[in-house]
Design a protein around this ligand. Structure first.
Ligand code: NAP
Ligand code: SF4
Length: 675
């Protein structure tokens, strides 16, 4: 019997059957906007071939005013229909099904033409929306209907009507935004009229044999959000209006509670969906931070939902479902919830991809098919750059040997996994270990490779990583000074009061590590909910806990410093930086920018401010931790080039600035494709 009997069971929708319980959730990748439709088709059809039952596309605007940004993709013309048809044909040919998401952003639309229930600006947009009149509302409904009909004409198996995350339809539901006094505002019956009417009219237009998913916000996580009773009332009305499936939306985009970041515990919101089970007759999907077949199976077996939605895991591995079916779940490249290459790219106007799988959305560019000319390849360094090169090259048929002076693989990833909220890195290192074994890579651990060891290989790859930068602060050789490596390896005594020098990703990580007392809330759901103030929508509107966040006390007094005179953490990930800042604030970490480091002595760290080195100040500290960035470790690369040996230098050994696992893995995978 399969390890995943619930996950792999078919789902009969009456007029059609889904082959398993896995939905690939909607993601805005930016691919559609490239207008390279063969590339879009390749992206989705690889996922369909990988066994997912139903794919939902990125959000397509039903009209210009509803586009998330000007020129957002949509189905505006017959030409658009033909383009989308190339995608649906490819998915069907690969044995899959695909629904188009209709996303009307309402007041989240980045443009002056945006519209909403009332003229109430959102805290995350510079534009105040225009309040729709009766005629305007009718136009929006009609545009949803037109989009649904065009989706059908383009060969889609269905649509998902986006009613959650604080977008247009959600904006009518809550008094936070809907201040109307006409038949679209006031009582809950009036406020839910628009979403119900949209579903009813789309169903009426499209007929009965077309999937309509409604994505419903089950916990808004904003003030004056919906209660659970209102959620049930809406879900029942949406069912009566003709929806086929109800999907779960968690939190508005303006919510100040993380909902999908890596520090959110796995399956953190499945209990919210479970509350709806048994209260509607149509299938219900749960979502958020489900990233392995085991977690998905557990959620379904516990009756939390009829189906699971996973989005980012399908960027990390297109063959997620096929591998689960074939008993190869340990080979599934894990989504670590980092957002670094997917959502951060989207918000930065770049095409999404995946930190773990740089081929995601670049399927037509990175070709990892087997080589006809196998070579011997030596790789020095078993960090993310070296490992990703190794498994991709070995997967192509090259004979690969990896050397590392450490006696374990993983490099800097082994430090990241010690940080509270970054437990997913354990799975990433384990996955690299599995793939090293399964692709037949030879590991030479505990071995400092020299030029002689590398002689005779066809290709030599140097992925020796980085060394901590020396900040040259007088007194830094004292016994009270550590670098981040000592701290995160857990090998050092650390005092009660700590000053952290450098507020990059690692300075923030070290501060979180030092302030956390005991178990990380990311592996303890009740504690995490208390820390961020998540309550039960049955007891409190929108699921905001009465009394707000109740973080655990900090383990230490930490002061985090940088020389730049700007907000600390400004350069962290676009979609996760605010979470790291909020987490440290909750632990009362003092953040100080614009300092000069004058000296360190037994009392702590002496700093001054500004070019004139004014305001001499002592930051009292028992321990000072250096997190001042890194420099490339090129010693081996330099030795080889002195001998005239050519080699490829990748990852941190190539460029330490802006080094991160995303760049390292991307560079390693692309090198392997070119070998
Ligand atoms: P970083 O991001 O480059 O930050 C280095 C910090 O050290 C900065 O705050 C910098 O600020 C300070 N600094 C630089 N030169 C200094 C000097 N000579 N003396 C004193 N301070 C100095 O490097 P990192 O924190 O080591 O992180 C390395 C990479 O890992 C990052 O690029 C990041 O992408 C990745 N990472 C990411 C995350 C994440 O959450 N996404 C987490 C961990 C690591 P001032 O120059 O203003 O003093
Ligand atoms: Fe997951 Fe990170 Fe990849 Fe995004 S970039 S899909 S969050 S692993």
């Amino acid at each position: 019997m399969s390890d995943y009997p619930h996950l792999l069971a078919p789902l009969d929708l009456g007029f059609t059957t889904l082959k398993n319980r896995v939905l690939m959730g909607s993601m805005h990748t930016g691919l559609e906007e490239t207008k390279d439709w063969s590339r879009v088709a390749r992206f989705y059809s690889e996922r369909a071939a990988g066994g997912v039952a139903l794919i939902v596309t990125g959000g397509m605007a039903p009209n210009r005013e509803g586009g998330v940004f000007p020129m957002a993709a949509g189905l505006y013309s017959d030409e658009d229909i033909a383009n989308h048809k190339t995608v649906t044909d490819a998915v069907h040919k690969a044995g899959g099904k695909i629904a188009m998401q209709i996303l009307h952003a309402g007041r989240y639309a980045y443009g002056k033409e945006c519209v909403s229930s009332s003229a109430v600006k959102s805290p995350i947009s510079p534009f105040t929306p225009k309040e729709l009149d009766e005629e305007g509302i009718e136009k929006q409904i009609q545009d949803f209907v037109t989009a649904t009909l065009r989706a059908r004409a383009a060969g889609y198996d269905g649509v998902e009507i986006m009613g959650s995350e604080g977008y247009f339809l959600n904006q009518f539901l809550v008094t936070h935004v809907n201040k109307r006094t006409d038949r679209w505002g006031g009582s809950y019956e009036n406020r839910m009229r628009l979403p119900v009417e949209v579903v009813r009219r789309c169903r009426e237009a499209v007929g009965s044999d077309f999937i309509i998913i409604y994505r419903l916000s089950m916990i808004d996580l904003v003030p004056n959000g919906s209660t659970h009773d209102e959620v049930v009332q809406l879900a029942q009305a949406i069912e009566a209006a003709g929806a086929t499936i109800i999907n779960t939306g968690i939190g508005w985009h303006e919510a100040r509670i993380p909902t999908i970041a890596t520090s959110v515990p796995r399956r953190a919101f499945a209990w919210v969906t479970k509350k709806l089970m048994g209260k509607v007759g149509i299938p219900v999907i749960t979502s958020n931070r489900i990233n392995t077949p085991d977690v998905a199976e557990e959620v379904l077996a516990e009756g939390c939902a009829d189906m699971v939605s996973m989005a980012r895991p399908f960027l990390a591995d297109s063959a997620f479902v096929a591998k689960a079916i074939e008993g190869r779940a340990d080979e599934i490249a894990p989504c670590i919830g980092c957002n670094q290459a997917c959502l951060d790219h989207t918000f930065g106007g770049k095409i999404s991809t995946c930190l773990v799988n740089p081929r995601a959305c670049y399927e037509t560019e990175i070709d990892l098919t087997r080589t006809d000319t196998p070579k011997t390849v030596a790789i020095v360094g078993a960090g993310p750059a070296g490992l990703s090169t190794a498994i991709a090259a070995a997967g192509r048929g090259h004979k690969v040997t990896v050397f590392d002076r450490a006696d374990e693989i993983g490099g800097q990833l082994n430090m990241a996994k010690q940080v509270p909220g970054k437990e997913e890195f354990f799975g990433l290192v384990d996955w690299f270990g599995t793939m090293v074994e399964k692709t037949g890579v030879t590991l030479e651990l505990g071995k400092e490779a020299g030029a002689d060891d590398l002689a005779g290989f066809d290709e030599v790859v140097i992925a020796t990583g980085v060394l901590p930068r020396d900040p040259e602060i007088p007194g830094q050789d004292g016994p009270n000074v550590l670098d981040y490596v000592d701290v995160l390896r857990g090998k050092a005594e650390i005092g009660e009061k700590v000053a952290v020098i450098g507020a990059g990703g690692i300075g923030f990580d070290v501060s979180e590590y030092l302030t956390q007392l005991g178990e990380s809330p990311s592996v303890n759901l009740p504690e995490w909910m208390a820390e961020w103030g998540v309550g039960d929508p049955e007891e409190t509107r929108g699921g905001l806990a009465a009394g707000g966040p109740k973080p655990e006390a900090a383990a230490r007094k930490v002061t985090l410093l940088q020389r730049k005179n700007e907000r600390l953490g400004k350069r962290l990930g676009k979609t996760t930086g605010w979470i790291h800042r909020a987490a440290l604030k909750m632990k009362n970490v003092e953040m100080i920018g614009g300092v000069n480091y004058e000296r360190i002595d037994g009392d702590g760290l002496h700093v001054s401010f500004g070019e004139a080195r004014e305001r001499p100040t002592l930051i009292e500290a028992d321990t000072i931790v250096l997190c001042a960035g890194q420099v490339s470790d090129r010693s081996l690369a330099d030795a080889l080039s002195a001998r005239g040996v050519s080699c490829h230098v990748i990852g941190g050994a190539d460029v330490a600035a802006e080094l991160d696992a995303k760049r390292a893995i991307n560079q390693g995978t692309r090198l392997a494709a070119a070998l």
